[in-house]
Write a protein that binds this ligand. Structure first.
Ligand SMILES: Nc1ncnc2c1ncn2[C@@H]1O[C@H](COP(=O)(O)OP(=O)(O)OP(=O)(O)O)[C@@H](O)[C@H]1O
Length: 246
């Protein structure tokens, strides 16, 4: 079976400091994988490399059998990969629906046509509202991003990622900055994502994240130090050393 993601010997240095050191990992289609590690372990850099914002110094990244190592970020989406960001990247003065419409447009062959008349494409708007409804924001579609809460903005990001119907979804701390109630809501949204979508997630909230994961990868100083199912990782002395200091 073709793997969803195959990372081999990935390396990246910034100013001579190795931040990603020979990382390899394999994900199967539909797998739910959690990446954990202390601050500065290189989690976000690894996401940047996989997503294509950061160019690797060495190694390869294959998505559903396609070598994407040298492809720019936007081209990687065409192979089924989509991601959210730790920092929100929405247009604040536009409505939620319009943000999602832009996300949908980015996937279409007419995406480079700046003259596209959105008023003549009501189906796009309807699709955007539908997607917003899947993250519980159907009734907020016509609100501006700057007028909704931080938690709601994070849910718009999830709607945008889902708009791409990804086969591989990268979630960078989807629960960060959310209230307890919003965490539960977003957790449920992630759990309810199509089971065939492989999800790679960075998350600090262990209580929620461990439950979600089929497999966990622990990074430390840019290396994979432990990998396995929940029990293997939690019981491994190296994990305990990092998180508990003993
Ligand atoms: N563009 C950059 N230039 C220089 N150093 C960088 C750059 N990006 C990241 N780093 C450094 O690389 C290391 C790993 O950073 P990264 O953000 O990937 O870690 P992280 O595990 O995601 O941490 P956190 O949990 O705090 O978000 C850090 O020491 C960081 O300062």
């Amino acid at each position: 079976m073709t793997t969803a993601l195959e990372v081999r010997g990935l390396r990246k240095s910034f100013g001579g400091i190795a931040v990603t050191q020979d990382i390899s990992l394999t994900m199967q289609p539909g797998e739910r994988r959690l990446i954990i590690g202390p601050n500065g372990a290189g989690k976000t850099t690894l996401f940047g490399l996989i997503g294509g914002e950061i160019r690797a110094d060495g190694g390869t990244i294959t998505v559903f059998g396609q070598d994407v190592t040298k492809l720019p970020m936007r081209s990687r989406a065409r192979y089924g990969m989509s991601r959210t960001y730790q920092i929100i990247t929405l247009f604040p003065k536009d409505t939620l629906a319009h943000n999602v419409v832009l996300g949908l447009l980015a996937l279409m062959p007419l995406r480079n046509n700046t003259m596209v008349d959105l008023a003549r494409r009501p189906n796009l708007h309807d699709r955007a509202v539908q997607l917003l409804a899947t993250v519980g924001l159907g009734d907020r579609a016509l609100h501006r991003v700057c007028d909704v809460s931080y938690g709601e903005q994070r849910r718009v990001e999830l709607a945008l990622a889902l708009a791409q119907q990804p086969r591989l979804l990268l979630l960078d701390e989807p629960l960060a900055g959310l209230s307890q109630d919003e965490r539960q809501l977003v957790k449920k949204l992630i759990e309810d994502m199509p089971r065939e979508t492989a999800i790679l997630m960075i998350e600090h909230d262990m209580d929620i994240a461990l439950e979600f994961a089929d497999k966990i990868t622990v990074l430390h100083y840019g290396r994979v130090i432990v990998e396995g199912d929940r029990r293997t990782v939690v019981e491994d002395p190296k994990t305990r050393e990092i998180y508990l200091g003993h």
